[in-house]
Ligand binder design. Structure first.
Ligand SMILES: Cc1cc2nc3c(=O)[nH]c(=O)nc-3n(C[C@H](O)[C@H](O)[C@H](O)COP(=O)(O)OP(=O)(O)OC[C@H]3O[C@@H](n4cnc5c(N)ncnc54)[C@H](O)[C@@H]3O)c2cc1C
Length: 379
């Protein structure tokens, strides 16, 4: 049994990333931080050493994102590029795909976005209709469909698109993953005007008979669902890390403020009405981190099923803890909570993202009701 929850290596990684994040702070330039974090090996900590990565897992990658977030400079594309795309390619990609992508994802020189959400399917990803059919003459894939809310397509060197192909035996559609380059003919994007103060933007994508070579398909056509879930668990764990980091950042600003701000005899932090909700926020964030660590530990140990439940619970707990921490932080600062100078108000919308994406609070409650508790489904 380990005597501490985190190894000395993990603690050292936390401290080093925190130092990098603190140097950049809330006014960070995304590109500069991305390339510095990449040079230090942080963006590829989870990728195999044989392809230039750190040889660690999602436990290490989530430490990096949490600490950058806690310093006010989260790198959202870490949730997508090394965590989803890197994992799926490392586990299921062909040798050529691994050679082509993993070293570049690990050293941050290339980034990959991830597109599953569709306007008419939303949370019900079984309903996605982006379809891939094969050109019988050339073996090319031809993709048609629409995606929405896809992050960072403008800064990505490709997008991993979840589509469907017809099963040769049953005719049923099964999920498949395709690497789509930004300049593919028929692939267009439109920026969605979000009320979010973030460096990474969201896009609606249209795939209009996009022709891709046979090797654009990642891994095996028949193992699509397995491959997809291999990427979705890391996405949930990393979203938890994103939320915990943001919650810690907001809470720290509130605590600093509450220690100094005095409008009666003692600083406002001496009033339990201010102190207790901050203490509760801290406890909730710590509990969420514990579940995130459990999920990462199970995932890295190869327990995809066990990790599925824990990753959902961690994402739920972290999203709720983040929303509450940010709300209480804004309140603690009074009027200053809403000024641009203190920079907390914009986190109110940012925190909500972790409650909605990549899977909403209600869909996680549905999952736990059905999968864990065995209750019947209403839909
Ligand atoms: C900032 C941001 C970045 C994103 N980045 C990406 C990305 O990079 N790639 C990508 O693929 N997607 C991305 N998304 C999309 C995100 O994953 C979806 O928004 C999310 O899955 C919810 O889908 P929806 O918005 O269609 O909501 P809907 O599915 O329409 O749900 C709306 C509401 O109904 C509730 N609801 C739906 N079904 C049920 C039910 N059965 N029971 C109870 N309640 C239910 C939901 O919980 C939610 O509150 C991003 C979204 C945001 C906001």
């Amino acid at each position: 049994m380990p005597t501490t929850l985190e190894s000395e290596e993990h603690k050292a990684l936390r401290a080093a990333v925190s130092a990098l994040g603190t140097r950049h702070g809330r006014t960070y330039d995304r590109e500069t931080l991305w390339s510095e974090a990449a040079k230090l090996g942080y963006l590829g900590v989870n990728l195999p050493e044989a392809y230039g990565g750190g040889g660690g897992g999602i436990a290490e990658l989530s430490i990096v994102l949490e600490e950058l977030g806690a310093a006010g400079c989260p790198l959202l594309m870490m949730v997508v590029s090394p965590a989803i795309c890197g994992t799926v390619i490392a586990r299921f990609g062909t040798d050529a795909q691994k050679q082509d992508w993993l070293p570049a994802l690990a050293d941050g020189t290339r980034t990959m976005a991830f597109g599953i959400t569709e306007p008419d399917a939303g949370s019900n990803s079984h309903r996605i209709t982006t379809t891939a059919r094969r050109d019988p003459d050339t073996g090319d894939w031809i993709l048609t469909g629409r995606k929405v809310f896809i992050s960072g397509v403008d800064i990505a060197d490709a997008t991993l698109i979840v589509g469907r192909t017809a099963d040769a035996r049953t005719g049923n559609l099964k999920p498949c993953l395709f690497i789509v380059p930004p300049d593919a003919e028929g692939f267009t994007r439109r920026r969605i005007d979000m009320e979010l103060d973030a460096a990474e933007k969201q896009f609606e994508l249209t795939l209009d008979d996009v022709r891709l070579p046979a090797d654009a398909l990642v891994g095996d056509e028949d193992a699509g669902l397995l491959q997809l879930f291999a990427g979705l668990n890391p996405e949930r764990i990393m979203t938890a890390a994103f939320a915990i980091g943001m919650g810690r950042y907001a809470l720290a600003r509130a605590v600093e403020y509450a220690r100094d701000r005095t409008v009666w005899k003692a600083p406002i932090g001496a009033h339990q009405a201010i102190a207790h909700p901050l203490a509760q926020a801290h406890i909730d964030l710590e509990l969420a981190r514990l579940m995130m660590q459990k999920a990462a530990c199970l995932y890295d140990a190869g327990d995809d099923v066990g990790a599925g439940e824990a990753a959902n619970m961690a994402k739920y707990a972290a999203g709720e803890a983040c929303v509450k921490a940010v709300d209480q932080a804004v309140h603690t600062l009074g009027g200053n909570g809403l000024t641009r100078e203190f920079g907390l108000a914009s986190l109110i919308t940012a925190a909500r993202v972790s409650r909605i994406a990549p899977v909403s609070r209600e869909m996680i409650l549905n999952y736990v009701s059905h999968q864990t508790l065995g209750l019947p489904k209403s839909y």
